[in-house]
Design a protein around this ligand. Sequence first.
Ligand code: ZN
Length: 152
Amino acid sequence: MVQTDQDRVTLEYRYRREGEEWQDIKEPVPLTWTPCNYGGARPWFICPGATCGRRVAILYGVGRYFLCRHCYGLGYESQREDRADRLRNKAQAIRRKLGGSANLNAPFPEKPKGMHWKTYWRLRREAQEAEHASFIALAERLNLLTERMEKI
Ligand SMILES: [Zn+2]
């Protein structure tokens, strides 16, 4: 079961390690919102790991709790990267290539000297498409999590 408020989601579920009894778990996960270039805001989880508190797009139900990939030591191997992450990384890489920062909330970088306008507009369109798609993928991932919890 999932309760969603503006500033947190509360996950309630049962977990059983092999050979152990089922445990009822209630895990509140704080949410934070950042403004989105396309209007509105995007939600992030604050990882509830005891010493973590990272702002993350995805929590993994690998063990007893839903925690971020850092907490579960999942690393950054590309096959484990979520689609939303991959798309966001692509958008960030293009911004850096144009001499900007990777911050997606910063204004889009200006055309570098010596680059053709055609190239610039192509990269800019690619970056914005990737960024937009990453937001959709993230929203889908939040929904997936919700669906997964409700079935339990
Ligand atoms: Zn964590």
